[in-house]
Design a protein around this ligand. Structure first.
Ligand SMILES: Nc1ncnc2c1ncn2[C@@H]1O[C@H](COP(=O)(O)OP(=O)(O)O)[C@@H](O)[C@H]1O
Ligand SMILES: [Mg+2]
Length: 290
């Protein structure tokens, strides 16, 4: 297929994928392997093998790969929830040695506190902050992020009163409120229906354009990865390793321009689809599937 859209050849309109070289990486994952010990059976499952990856400041990086290939394992190590068996992960040159406020995680299953209002769920993220922001400062920040995610007016609602999409926005607001440098998102829109999901993707693209945060985003959806990311990392089946990193050379703002009808969107999606298809077949033939 030929490239039909002239804007894509204009370097000024390229996604960040085209302009990464020369910048210093924010996150550096060096030769990382990871796994889980089963102490009783005295076995070790290797989830990831020799992963090397750099994430640049302000980049939106999406990870796709078959179920069980180690995506969550990788994001948990960047978050500092678990350690690699081999290799190192650094953020701004410093080794990750546990969770930190500059790396906020958004989980798939909302992880909102059911007994707290929307306002107090978001406030939760700031409660252990030192120095603790004063009440007015808190109110201003919380109002700002709730407006960003479209939840103004729902401050006093409880999670059970909200739809799945709204609950997920609470999770996103909670991650945004502490203004972390890095947003770690593990299938954040995986539990919402298709229509809501697309609306949330569009809103999220706008939010990120405003905040300039670096996003490490795991998804099952190739469409979602191509629509949102500057680069898409395709991970092989377990033990996961990087199969290919695909630059997404689509102009922004993507949703405002109806990205999905851009022929280049289709090409990129086909390409990634092919990589994953080969992976699924290889896994079946090789017996290494999950
Ligand atoms: N806590 C755990 N204990 C043992 N094995 C685990 C644990 N978490 C994940 N695994 C295994 O590690 C592999 C990778 O899992 P995960 O990182 O969750 O994959 P993904 O997120 O890509 O679906 C899978 O085979 C999974 O069963
Ligand atoms: Mg996972």
């Amino acid at each position: 297929m030929t490239q039909a859209v002239p804007s894509i050849t204009d370097p000024a309109l390229l996604g960040d994928g085209g302009t990464l070289t020369g910048r210093k990486p924010l996150i550096e994952i060096r030769n990382v392997s990871a796994g889980y010990e089963n102490k009783r059976a005295k076995t070790r499952l290797i989830a990831l093998r020799d992963v090397t990856l750099e994430v640049y400041p302000g980049e939106f990086l999406a990870i796709v790969g078959p179920s069980g290939c180690g995506k969550t394992t990788l994001i948990n190590m960047i978050a500092g929830f678990m350690k690699p068996l081999e290799g190192t992960i650094t953020v701004r040159g410093e080794k990750v040695d546990g969770p930190s406020a500059d790396r906020a995680m958004v989980f798939q299953d909302y992880a909102v506190l059911p007994w707290r209002t929307v306002y107090n769920n978001v406030k939760f993220a700031l409660e252990n902050r030192r120095p603790r922001p004063n009440k007015d400062e808190l109110a201003t920040r919380i109002a700002k992020v709730l407006a960003m995610v479209g939840l103004s007016g729902f401050e006093q609602s409880y999670p059970y009163e909200l739809s799945g999409g709204m609950r997920q926005r609470v999770g996103i607001a909670r991650a945004l409120v502490s203004d972390p440098e890095i947003l770690l998102m593990d299938e954040p829109f995986g539990a919402v229906d298709a229509m809501t999901r697309e609306a949330m993707q569009a809103e999220f693209e706008k939010i990120i354009a405003e905040t300039g945060q670096t996003v490490f985003f795991i998804t099952h959806s190739i469409d979602e990865a191509v629509a949102l990311a500057d680069r898409v990392v395709v991970v092989s089946s377990r033990p996961g390793h990087i199969k290919e990193i695909v630059d997404i050379d689509l102009p922004r703002s993507r949703f405002a321009e109806g990205v999905k009808s851009n022929p280049r969107f289709g090409e990129l999606r086909e390409h990634i689809w092919g990589l994953l298809q080969a992976e699924a077949l290889g896994a079946k033939i090789g017996g290494a599937g999950v």
